[in-house]
Design a protein around this ligand. Sequence first.
Ligand code: BTN
Length: 330
Amino acid sequence: MKGTKKSNKNLMKIVSILNGGLFHDGTTMGAELQMTRSAIWKVIKKLQNYGVKVESVKGKGYALPEPLMLLDVQEIEKRITAACKEKVELHLFEAMSSTNDYLKTFKNEKTIKICLTEMQTQGRGRFGRHWHSPFGKNIYLSCHYLFQKDVSELSGLSMVTTLAIVETLKSYGINDHLHVKWPNDIVYAQQKLSGSLIEIQAETHGVSHAVIGIGMNVNMREDEGEISQAWTSMQQILNQYVDRNELVSRLLVNLLSYLQRFNACGFSPFIDEWVKNDCLSDQQIVLHHLNKKIEGKVTGISEQGHLLLQLANGDTGAFSSGDTSMREFP
Ligand code: BTN
């Protein structure tokens, strides 16, 4: 796949040396890592090309003005192996177009595959929206999962994924002001914190391959531009830098357990949990559905994960897709 860069050990080692915020010169780092000064310089250039701020001062060397802890497959594997019974394959990259697009290149796979990257050049949200994916800041993760289900039974999947993310955020003490918004939004004080993009790959004889993409805003600061909607990050909420290896591990353990339960029992066991976390319950909302704007009051969620809306004429409609927003009053 074009632009795909496997994660590189030398880059990880250099970032780990520079991570304390102090200056380190190229010669000393080279001696420590058995690399030439010019090889060190190339890695520094690469980091700068990825958009990472690296200070470079003649006579002092290089320093990272902001903390940067990179993802580490071994760390993550160690943490999830203890908690997961299933066999999981992890693929980690420095940069790629989109983790969903990468996993979609595998056909008819049976094993659970997880793709993680430090940066996406063409990260996608729902409805073709751009998903801001700067290097080393957030989580961009996709999971390929094989469901023993017909595609028609997968309509609750994005909500189940959303609940697994919420469970993970709650394990960091993020509770108040945290809500889900049908079907895939996770908002904190009405600002977007995380979202998921589900793509069903293929379906034959009652089995379906799905690629479940998750984006979480983790260590992005307020001054990070280019996002059109109101957003926040875990760092802003918790007021501290978040270790993404620990976060990914917790997220994967929750995600795999939620997916397994959904595969076995469908969406109905999750309805109560959804309603408890929902910010739309009993609200007048606008649903953007197939180029139409539909106004109504949210009365619940069906067993299939469809949104139930009481419409202006008193009828109740069940909707399987769309984008929701609180009704704007004049
Ligand atoms: C949304 O809220 O609109 C969904 C955002 C999903 C973003 C994630 S990041 C990892 C995966 N790869 C993508 O290109 N998109 C999803």
